[in-house]
Design a protein around this ligand. Structure first.
Ligand SMILES: C[S@@+](CC[C@H](N)C(=O)[O-])C[C@H]1O[C@@H](n2cnc3c(N)ncnc32)[C@H](O)[C@@H]1O
Length: 245
């Protein structure tokens, strides 16, 4: 399996219970929905959502904006769950890094899917190419400070951390032409490091950074000890707004 197939399989396996554990995604989706609602828009916008998952953002934004929606994800199982929660929009499997869609959109939105892209600037350029002349591409992705405590615990134990490196807001802004980046930072509480790792796995986000070799039981135990219990974890979300005009 290549990495994209691994990501797809992990999210597909998580689709049924995703929302019971997706606390951070729900917080980020609410923030993103408010940002999108402030943008100028037409009365009946053509909207593309990518990486919809079970539809957390879809259900927050679709009733606020109306319009004609094409809701997409890499994972067919995620799409099925999303469609059963909100019938009405069109649902379609789509790899947003290779978005072959024969349509133009006034708005393209996504919550916390883009951190899974192999090449974010290339994907953003392709997606922006699907916008109408006054359209907006708005998506959130994880920023560099995410999981700071988890990385620090690994550093303290001298072992490699499996969580991928995420870009700073400045790197995102310089790598994505015409992008405005709005940062959101919050912390979630966990009983211990084991509970944090279990939550990532439960939402399907356990696929490690490319090339990472899983730690042994003893090393993992040292990391959990270094983290302490209870513990808190930082989520740093970068909300990116790219407007064609
Ligand atoms: C963390 S979930 C976020 C789901 C949803 N947007 C939310 O806010 O709950 C990430 C989603 O991105 C999807 N995804 C990952 N890579 C993708 C890609 N290249 N194209 C489309 N979707 C992708 C996954 O299948 C998964 O459903």
């Amino acid at each position: 399996m290549n990495r994209k197939q691994q990501v797809n399989a992990a999210f597909s396996a998580a689709s049924r219970f995703y929302e019971e554990a997706a606390r951070a995604q729900a917080i980020s989706a609410g923030f993103l929905a408010d940002l999108v609602a402030e943008l100028p828009r037409s009365a009946c916008p053509q909207v593309l959502e990518f990486g919809c998952g079970t539809g957390l953002l879809t259900r927050k934004l679709h009733p606020r904006l109306g319009g004609d929606w094409l809701v997409t994800d890499l994972s067919p199982a995620m799409l099925e769950t999303a469609e059963s929660a909100l019938p009405g929009p069109r649902y379609q499997v789509l790899d947003a890094e290779d978005p072959h869609v024969d349509q133009r959109f006034d708005l393209i939105v996504s919550n916390l899917a883009a951190q899974w892209f192999a090449d974010l600037p290339a994907a953003a350029a392709k997606l922006a190419g699907l916008l109408t002349p006054s359209g907006h591409l708005v998506f959130s992705t994880l920023g560099e400070d995410s999981f700071r405590e988890w990385r620090q615990a690994h550093d303290a134990c001298g072992v490699a951390c499996g969580v991928p490196r995420f870009p700073s807001a400045a790197t995102l802004a310089s790598g994505l032409p015409h992008a405005r980046v709005v940062e959101q930072t919050f912390r979630l509480d966990y009983a211990d490091g084991r509970a944090f790792a279990a939550e990532l796995k439960r939402i399907g986000a356990g696929t490690p950074a490319p090339g990472h070799r899983p730690l042994g039981v003893a090393s993992m135990r040292r990391v959990f000890q270094a983290l302490g219990s209870p513990c808190a974890m930082t989520y740093h979300v970068a909300h990116v707004i790219i407007s064609r005009e």
